[in-house]
Ligand binder design. Sequence first.
Ligand code: CO
Length: 423
Amino acid sequence: MSTSRKPQGGTTRRGFLSAAGGAALAAGAIRPAVSAGPENLPPNVPGWSRYLGSGVDAYPYGQPSSFESHVVRRNVAWLTASVESSVNFTPLHELDGIITPNGLCFERHHAGIAEVDPSDYRLMINGLVDKPMIFTLDDIKRFPRTNKIFFLECAANSGMEWRGAQLNGCQFTHGMVHCVMYTGVPLKLILEEAGLKTNAKWLMVEGADAAGMNRSVPLDKALDDCMVAFKMNGEALRPEQGYPLRLVVPGWEGNMWIKWLRRIEVGDQPWHTREETSKYTDLLENGKSRRFTWAMDCKSVITSPSPQAPLLHKGHNILSGIAWSGRGTVDRVDVTLDGGRNWRPARIDGPSFDKAVHRFYFEFDWQGESLLLQSRAIDSTGYVQPTKDELRAVRGTNSIYHNNGIQTWHVRGNGEVENVEVS
Ligand code: CO
């Protein structure tokens, strides 16, 4: 075993807490001031039991506890050349279960957040159809609806890790994934309304953002499980997730899930747009590129312990993480504490949905020894999540996309955790 490369970027948990302190005080102005201290501990009556709390008019739209104000999306300064064409990351280390809260779903924009007035919203369908159509949002909402839970992962998630351990926190190494329940309409029903010509084979889906973000989608996928969604986790899509309507392309890379969806053109061949030629293709060692690498391969990560969530107690501890596959369910997750010498099955807990995040747990005893934590997911097709070295042997190190290699966290004797690689 050798650990390599000192991780760069990210922030320590201690940094988060001190950075959040000022914000917590400001946001908590409505709450009566209750100072932390032994006077709040049993058998005393704590401060928060001595006063009336805030009323039902305090938060018309509910907010997390001010004590949770450090749980936010964060970006990485050196990855953020311009905020309108950039990314932030889901705080995976602070979450549990399988659903990502709407306000914590990572963002990736090519030209900032389009602000679309729903009364002026239209979805146009043209090309190889019997009757070109323009739908209002109300038109879309009169189609039969469906509710589905899916993960969405950016093709570049973990992309900074191709050449070695870089970012110190699963928020930054793996935080370009989220999982929510979508309410919407099967795309098949909308395409059938327009009527597909017999030579229809591909769709060009286009967003209403200033980038006109677009991709080619094969018709088979569109008719299989794609949706147009107007709600996430029961409420309207957030603006940064494509309000009022986005495309849902289950299991496939996030850039195809066109936000602010404004047009679908039906054709007989792919369009070879910028986003599937110069971008979102995977440059190999020999200079050739893989293209149309749509499905997100089976992947997992331990979210706690992790660099932002160090071990705080000796003795009994809970390890937790998430796993997902763009090709089905996750059937099994194995965990190792010693860098891959011994693997033990983790316990998957909670619902197991096709192309959705799965939650796993592993209980272990820790007495201050150094640990090398890894998780390895196996999906319903039998595919086993590879090591980073296995991936590099096939794909080289030029690419930034589709890195689903096994992540290693090094736990030190003092409980601190760092991003490393074992070889
Ligand atoms: Co791809």
